[in-house]
Design a protein around this ligand. Structure first.
Ligand code: ATP
Length: 448
């Protein structure tokens, strides 16, 4: 169980420069968020760790970075134009719109596996009203893709979409990668990048946004060997989540029942996480059969066949797709590192971020900022640490207690303080974020 309160997390991330509401100065834009100086570092570290784990450290992965705008045929062939929809109902008085499945869930009715008309029946039979207490309309489908036009003419031909997932940019490059690199099966193609969904009701901080970032892999396999690839990628996923320091007991596998899976998916496991908003989907891993490549083959007329080397065996490979949302990982990391305790009788908030994710590895300060000899020495130590670690910050604002509190709140694992003893014996005080213990350490040892 995660006891962190959402409002505490939103407040800390705003006041300490992690995450700001998008377009805040103009009153905001619902479902958009901006990363501040510390948030961007945390997010990039998570993305870099993913890339290292799933691409760089493996022999069977290729990376791509495809364009966000794609030919509209991509989304026709993938089924998104027709079926990437959510059920929407309307408050019949004030015309506010809601996702029907969310209203059911909020009122204690599980919508999993229900058709749209079953959801409407459940709304009626449970007497569910809009959050403003008004009757609700019947549901209709709402396509979540953002539409735009490419070029100077606005007609059917010029329609394009902001991609709702990164996966299609991988599938459309499958042929290129096979022709250029002749990989043996199984192999994967990975991509990180922005995705856009016009969510009916974006909510729960960055959990459900309209613009977010995904990290996806399409792993191509022989149809007979999908299960072992699925198991291996699920295992690699758990290892990755562990490397982010996420508590094991917050992570749960949900074997998605057939009624809730896409029709082409033979197996889907959602990894759920105990967020402050409850247990919700963190990421998913799905066996998508040959659905996507076969659609591309049918619509483009180009062969997506793979030929096993040295044989005549040809087939459209099947696919296992691990799909991660960066925002949900950022939220999981922040929520599980948020702590409150008492230090010297005073309330303290800190982020127990693992060293490899903390935006600042060290903060360096002179004990007194009006003593030039301390400042000069502290600058020397700061430069040495900065050269070695990069993410080292200079902090001489306010008294030392205030600096510790500030660095605690942004999760800096160690604060280094240069005092008068440093001038004579080249040792510094290193104060630990989690225990608040202070140790005397030689500069040589610190930068070794
Ligand atoms: P949900 O059921 O929560 O809407 P989904 O099943 O539609 O999610 P997928 O299409 O499987 O999500 O997308 C893969 C991943 O992308 C999700 O597991 C999640 O981490 C992330 N994701 C999807 N939609 C959003 C969103 N609106 N905001 C932030 N992350 C998202």
């Amino acid at each position: 169980m995660n006891n962190t309160k959402m409002e505490d997390l939103v407040s800390l991330t705003k006041r300490r420069g992690f995450i700001y509401p998008g377009s805040d100065v103009y009153g905001g834009l619902s479902g958009t968020w901006d990363y501040g100086p510390l948030g961007v570092v945390l997010k990039r570290k998570i993305m870099q760790m993913w890339w290292s784990h799933f691409v760089e450290q493996r022999e069977d992965m290729f990376g791509v970075d495809a364009a966000i705008l794609m030919n509209q045929k991509v989304w026709q062939a993938s089924g998104h134009v027709d079926t990437f929809v959510d059920p929407l109902c309307e408050d019949t008085i004030n015309k506010r719109r809601y996702r029907t499945d969310h209203l059911l869930k909020d009122n204690g009715v599980n919508p999993d596996g229900m058709t749209m008309s079953q959801m409407d029946e459940a709304i009626l039979s449970n007497g569910i009203k809009s959050p403003d207490g008004n009757p609700l309309s019947k549901s209709r489908t709402f396509n979540m893709m953002f539409t735009t036009h490419v070029g100077a003419t606005h007609d059917e031909e010029s329609i394009s979409y902001l991609r709702p997932e990164t996966a299609q940019g991988i599938f459309t490059n499958y042929r290129n990668v096979v022709d250029n690199f002749y990989p043996d099966l199984p192999f994967g193609i990975a991509q990180q990048g922005k995705a856009f969904r016009n969510e009916i009701s974006p909510r729960d901080f960055i959990f459900r946004s309209r613009e977010f970032e995904q990290m996806e892999i399409e792993y191509f396999v022989h149809p007979e060997h999908w299960q072992e690839a699925f198991d291996e990628l699920l295992n690699a996923t758990h290892q990755f989540l562990e490397s982010l320091g996420l508590p094991k007991d917050y992570i749960h596998e949900l074997d998605v029942p057939e009624t809730d899976r896409a029709h082409y998916s033979k197996k889907t496991i959602d990894i759920e996480f105990d967020f402050p908003i409850g247990r919700e989907e963190l990421m998913g891993i799905a066996y998508r059969t040959d659905f996507d490549l076969s659609n591309i083959q049918r619509v483009s007329g180009k062969s997506m066949d793979y030929t096993i080397k040295g044989t005549n065996e040809k087939f459209v490979p099947h696919v296992i797709e691990p799909s991660f949302g960066v925002e949900r990982l950022v939220m999981a990391v922040l929520a599980s590192s948020y702590r409150e305790d008492q230090v010297n009788g005073e309330q303290r908030i800190f982020l127990a971020l693992p060293e490899n994710l903390a935006p600042n590895r060290f903060a360096v300060s002179p004990l007194l900022k009006n003593k030039p000899e301390l400042v000069t020495k502290a600058r020397e130590v700061y430069s040495l640490l900065k050269q070695k670690y990069g993410n080292v910050v200079w902090d001489d604002n306010g008294n030392i207690g205030k600096r510790y509190r500030r660095q605690d709140e942004v999760g800096t694992p160690s604060c280094v303080v240069i005092d008068f003893d440093t001038l004579s014996d080249d040792t510094v005080t290193v104060r630990d974020r989690d225990t608040t213990e202070q140790k005397r350490v030689s500069i040589a040892e610190l930068v070794a």
